[in-house]
Each structure stands twice: as C-alpha cells, then as structure tokens.
Design a binder for this molecule. Structure first.
Ligand code: AR6
Length: 180
C-alpha cells in the first residue's frame, strides 16, 4: 500500500477530489482560515446548508454538498481547541479525522483531502497534529477499502516537511509532492 496517500502544498479549495475537509467550528457558521476560504469559494449555498444542520461537537464531522467548488462534497470537521494537551486534545483530533473518514467510507468516496485541522486558530502544535493526522489515516487505510486515496493538503512548506517526515518514519512512500 504505497499509492493511497499524497501530499499537496496549496489551496484546498482548488482540489478536484470527491470530498474536501474543512476545519470548521461547532456552529458550522464559517469563519477564517481554511473554512473562510472554503465558504468563499463554494458560495452562499454552502452556508445555507450548514445552517440547517445545527451544532457539530468537537471530534465530529458533517457532510454537505460542495456547490461551486470542484469537489463533490465538503466534510465539515470540528477539531479541538488546543489548551495544554491535558484535556484529551489528541483523542479529539483523532476522532475528528476518523469521523471524516467514516463519512467518506459510508458513501464509498474515492478521494478525500484534509487540511492540517486545528493547527491555525485552534492552536494545536503542528508537529503533534501531523503525527495524529498521519497515524490515524494510515491506520484507517490499513483496515478500510474507502476512501481509496487521501490527500494531505498543506498550506505551508514547514507543514509539508512535517508530513513528509512522518510518512517516511512509517516507511510510507507517497511519490513526488504536488503543488496545487
Ligand atoms: N487551504 C488549505 N489549508 C489552509 C487554507 C487553504 N485555503 N487556509 C488556511 N489553511 P484554521 P483551525 C490552513 O485556522 O485551527 C476557523 O475560523 C492553515 O494554515 O483554518 O481548525 C473556523 O471557522 C492551518 O494549517 O482551522 C473555526 O472557528 C489549517 O488550515 C476555526 O478557524 C487550519 O487552520 C478552526 O480552527
């Protein structure tokens, strides 16, 4: 299994995948960061659908249409607000990734792209967040047929390097990185 994970450095809203994941807040009300970019690119229909869903607790995810995005679906994943690591942030972040993967698997989606959830406004340390993200996805792919392909969409070179290193630690070959 060496062809199911890819690292892309760039803007997740541009990716032509079955589902893009956005790092949402519990109210699914849009905001800044990647969520702001996803809502801006998808158009107002996305916000309207989110309003009809209501609250999504930390560690969970919800799926909607993708409106004007090239993707087919948006998965709104709510990561933990990082305090000091002692309130179960790692378990919550792992649950956030697993919830997103479950939604994709239930629908037998082929491809899904993740941003570095919780590492912006929610202040999760990048290296620890990368380890949780990579380890959770690799474990999922080992046990599940769907999604077939997972893209880690990094928004900065330091994050790209962290993901590359973590995957190399696990002897996971991803092929050449792609810039979107
Ligand atoms: N494509 C890919 N990654 C991006 C993009 C983009 N267009 N823009 C930013 N990032 P954040 P959080 C990266 O703050 O920490 C929002 O207001 C960014 O560099 O978007 O989970 C929500 O509504 C960082 O690595 O999400 C919530 O209130 C990563 O995305 C809150 O922020 C996550 O940063 C969620 O905070």
């Amino acid at each position: 299994m060496t062809d199911r994970i890819e690292i892309v450095e760039g803007d997740i809203t541009q990716l032509d995948v079955d589902a893009v994941v956005t790092a949402a807040n519990e109210a699914l009300m849009g905001g800044g960061g990647v969520d702001g970019a996803v809502h801006a690119a998808a158009g107002p229909g996305l916000f309207e659908e989110c309003q009809s869903i209501g609250i999504c607790p930390e560690g969970e995810a919800r799926i909607t249409g993708a409106y004007l995005l090239p993707a087919q679906h948006v998965i709104h994943a709510v990561g933990p607000v990082y305090e000091d690591g002692s309130r179960g942030e790692a378990d919550l972040l792992r649950a956030t990734y697993r919830s997103s993967l479950e939604l994709a698997a239930e629908r037998e989606l082929f491809s899904i792209a993740f941003p570095c959830i919780a590492t912006g406004t929610y202040a999760y340390p990048n290296e620890e967040a990368c380890q949780v993200a990579v380890d959770t996805v690799v474990e999922w792919l080992d046990a599940n047929k769907f999604p077939r392909r997972v893209v880690f969409c990094c928004y900065s070179e330091p994050d790209t390097s962290l993901y590359r290193a973590r995957l190399a630690d696990l002897n996971y070959s991803t092929g050449p990185d792609v810039e979107s």
